[in-house]
Unconditional design. Structure first.
Length: 120
C-alpha cells in the first residue's frame, strides 16, 4: 500500500497512483462553481425523470398520467428559465466587457435615441 500524504487515499497496489480524497477542498475553487452549475441543471433533469416515473406508473394507475404530463411541462419551463438566465448573464457580461461598467458610457447609452427604450 502506498501513502502519499494526508490528502490522499492509499491504493491497494504500488502500481496505481494515489487518489485524492473526496473531502479535500479545491484550492482554485473551480470545483465548487462547476458543482453549482451541475446542481442547477439537475433540477430540470430530475423533474423530467420524475415525470417519466409517473408516466411509467400510468400503466397500472391511469390517474397518474396527468401528473407525469405536468412534471414534464414543469421540467421544460425550468430548462427554458435556466437558458434565459444564462443568455441574460452572457449579454450582461459582454456589455460590461465592452465598457458598460463605466458611468459615462452608461449615461451615453441611456441618452441614445435607439437604446434608451431597451435599457429602461
Amino acid at each position: 500500500m502506498t501513502d502519499a500524504g494526508p490528502d490522499t487515499i492509499a491504493t491497494p497496489d504500488a502500481t496505481s497512483p494515489p487518489r485524492v480524497a473526496a473531502n479535500v477542498a479545491d484550492p482554485a475553487g473551480g470545483h465548487q462553481v462547476r458543482a453549482a452549475r451541475i446542481g442547477l441543471m439537475s433540477i430540470c433533469l430530475g423533474t423530467a425523470g420524475l415525470g417519466g416515473a409517473w408516466q411509467a406508473a400510468a400503466t397500472t394507475h391511469p390517474a397518474a398520467l396527468p401528473v407525469g404530463d405536468v412534471l414534464y411541462a414543469l421540467s421544460a419551463l425550468i430548462w427554458l428559465l435556466l437558458l434565459l438566465l444564462l443568455l441574460l448573464l452572457l449579454l450582461l457580461l459582454q456589455y460590461l466587457r465592452h465598457g458598460g461598467a463605466r458611468w459615462h458610457n452608461l449615461r451615453h447609452d441611456i441618452r441614445h435615441l435607439a437604446q434608451k427604450f431597451s435599457l429602461a
